[in-house]
Design a binder for this molecule. Structure first.
Ligand code: CMC
Length: 371
């Protein structure tokens, strides 16, 4: 038996949800460029879960179901107030709250298709409320109730700030959600599939996935990118900063990818959004700095920016706290996790690989007083 570090190149399952072929990303056969320009996030959710685009009445029904299920059980809001609020990262709060959500859903252990679909709606709807409510509670503010007349992206921004967002903000946020919704067998999606392949419930699968997304090599990278840009501080420092980090053999967050070689097709959309939004805010320095970081880094390492690099300055321009960037990734990616969980249930087999044992050979037990 030989092992492959990080399972690189290993094909672990069949899937008809998303594909990455020759650096082109598709959801159910639709190019991400096409969807980013034309589809709403709710359409993409429907696409991922039903493997086809919705008709008008189907989309309206999904929007209604999401809107009807956004409000959180009071127990979860109460629970936030018991967290050591100044120490808790919002990803940890999200992971705990999603796990808790399962406790208050009577359908949690019901594995019928109908119950699983209801859980899918519940998770997708409430994850936005969890992230925004936690963000407010930790600032001593009251959570803002979702509004039935707003779409998913608009509701998120509204519940976060308590103010009705501008159209351009909603458009940008919706596009960011579309771009992050699914990504073949990434680490968190694989985690979700491994978890539910034991026939565990959907809340457990999503909780496990949130744990995997949190790390800086995966979804946690977007927050780290903003930390880096803040440390760089001004445009003219970009080159020296990158040179020093690379001389110290440090990784630069937001660059590189296990699968893409020429580049991550999502990055160009976020780059353009970053250009427009930073200009609108009169804070072009974040975009300009990002461009200089990209040039300085890629001049030394042929690793193009990934989805996390320009999403940092996009979310910053939307006035979002930096430690909410990764929870926002989860708000979008839960749609993909759910699609993969449903696909796993539909054709399940336990996921149980082997390890190439490299420890000592057979040993004889030695009593403790003789060691
Ligand atoms: N900065 C500097 N060097 C890098 C970077 C980087 N961002 N990424 C890869 N390298 C180097 C790495 O040091 C190694 O060099 P050497 O062969 O000399 O030791 C080589 O490239 C291969 O790197 P690796 O870490 O073995 O590659 P991987 O396929 O295991 O990892 C990755 C992929 C995305 C984890 C990695 O590129 C990375 O750590 N990037 C920074 C974190 C990041 O931006 N993560 C977000 C990924 S995309 C969205 C998502 O999934 O959430």
């Amino acid at each position: 038996m030989t092992s492959t570090r990080g399972l690189e190149g290993v094909v672990a399952t069949e899937s008809s949800i998303s594909s990455i072929i020759d650096d082109t990303l598709t959801y159910v056969g639709y190019d991400i460029d096409d969807l980013a320009e034309n589809a709403s996030f709710e359409e993409v959710v429907y696409l991922l879960w039903h493997k086809r685009l919705p008709k008008e009445d189907e989309l309206a029904e999904l929007k209604q179901q999401l809107s009807d299920n956004m409000a959180l059980p009071q127990e979860i809001l109460n629970h936030f107030k018991t967290y050591p609020i100044d120490k808790v990262h919002p990803m940890s709060a999200l992971r705990s709250a999603v796990s808790l959500l399962g406790l208050y859903d009577d359908l949690s252990e019901d594995m019928s298709d109908e119950a699983n679909y209801q859980k899918a709606i519940n998770l997708q709807a409430k994850i936005a409320t969890i992230v925004t409510a936690f963000s407010r509670v930790r600032k001593g503010l009251e959570p803002v109730e979702p509004r039935a007349d707003l779409g998913y992206a608009a509701n998120f921004l509204y519940m976060l700030s308590g103010k009705e967002p501008e159209d351009i903000e909603v458009e940008a946020f919706d596009k960011a959600l579309v771009l992050h919704a699914d990504h073949e067998l990434n680490a968190s999606t694989f985690t979700a599939r491994v978890c539910v392949a034991t026939l565990s419930d959907m809340y457990s699968g999503v909780t496990a996935a949130i744990g995997a997304l949190k790390g800086p090599l995966h979804g946690g990278a977007n927050e780290q990118v903003m930390k880096m840009l803040s440390e760089i501080g001004s445009e003219e420092n970009a080159e020296a900063y990158i040179e020093e980090k690379l001389a110290n053999k440090e990784k630069i967050m937001g660059f590189g990818h296990r699968v893409y070689r020429k580049g991550d097709p999502r990055a160009k959309h976020l780059r353009e959004m970053s250009r427009q939004l930073t200009k609108l805010r009169g804070e072009e320095k974040w975009y300009n700095m990002s461009i200089r970081v990209e040039a300085a880094f890629t001049a030394q390492k042929p690793l193009p920016p990934n989805v996390d690099f320009y999403s940092a300055s996009v979310y910053h321009s939307l006035g979002i706290d930096h430690d909410l960037f990764t929870p926002i990734f989860a708000v979008s990616r839960v749609s993909g996790w759910i699609a993969h969980i449903l696909e796993q249930y539909a054709n399940n087999r336990l996921i149980r690989p082997r390890a190439d044992y490299v420890g000592p050979g057979m040993q004889k037990y030695v009593p403790i007083n003789e060691r």
